[in-house]
Design a protein around this ligand. Structure first.
Ligand code: AP5
Length: 189
């Protein structure tokens, strides 16, 4: 059983890399952002709840997010683990994940931190806005997503560093080069 947690700021390439790694390692991508967007598109109750937070670039409350992840990780395709993308994002979520994985007799095996400078991140997200039109990829919401990331998610770096599972990867390289670095990190666990 392997659980890989991709950490990085908005636009760092978590989703891009998780999709590539999914095929290589036979582990499903578990993206909380994608799960919320799926619920939004289906107009579910969960989607309705998440919308206001996502539109503002705020985090959806921990209890809602944690129970969604619990349900997803309990599904059959996650029996051998998963590649978590965008979760955890707070220390409370990280604690909840540890407890949840302990129930499955698993733990977080490695946390690749995809590091990219902020000016590069903003350019990537504004470019994606032109191509894909994701509603939270606008100047104001991007700034808030960055603020939220620094305030609420960066404490996870020390949390996982202290556990000896954090590995820094240079995310400011072509997608293929980042992927090769991640493959090496994950193959080593
Ligand atoms: P989420 O969907 O997770 O958004 P995010 O973290 O802001 O991440 P992004 O999808 O923007 O970036 P990414 O790192 O995945 O990069 P990507 O590969 O897409 O979350 C959205 C919202 O949902 C949150 O704001 C919050 O409201 C809610 N939410 C989600 N998880 C939550 C949680 N755990 N708790 C509470 N709320 C939660 O790449 C970005 C762009 O860059 C793409 O266009 C890509 O093609 C390009 N790119 C990628 N890699 C490279 C590269 N190496 N070189 C050049 N371009 C690249």
């Amino acid at each position: 059983m392997k659980y890989i947690v991709l950490v990085g700021a908005p636009g760092a390439g978590k989703g891009t890399q998780a999709k590539l790694l999914e095929a290589e390692f036979g582990l499903p991508q578990v993206s909380t952002g994608d799960l919320f967007r799926y619920n939004l598109s289906r107009q579910t109750e969960l989607g309705g709840l998440a919308k206001a937070y996502m539109d503002r670039g705020e985090l959806v409350p921990d209890d809602v997010t944690i129970s969604m992840v619990r349900e997803r990780l309990s599904q059959a395709d996650c029996a051998n683990g998963g590649i978590l993308d965008g979760f955890p994002r707070t220390l409370a979520q990280a604690d909840a994940l540890d407890k949840l994985l302990a129930e499955f007799a698993g733990s977080v095996n490695v946390v690749p931190y995809i590091k990219v400078e902020q000016d590069v991140l903003v350019k990537r997200l504004l470019r994606r806005a032109e191509i894909e039109g994701r509603t939270d990829d606008n100047q104001e919401t991007i700034q808030n997503r960055m603020r939220v990331y620094f305030a609420q998610t960066t404490p996870l770096l020390d949390f996982y560093r202290a556990k000896g599972v954090l590995v820094e990867v240079n995310g400011d390289q072509p997608v293929e080069a980042v992927y090769q670095d991640l493959r090496t990190v994950i193959a080593a666990i």
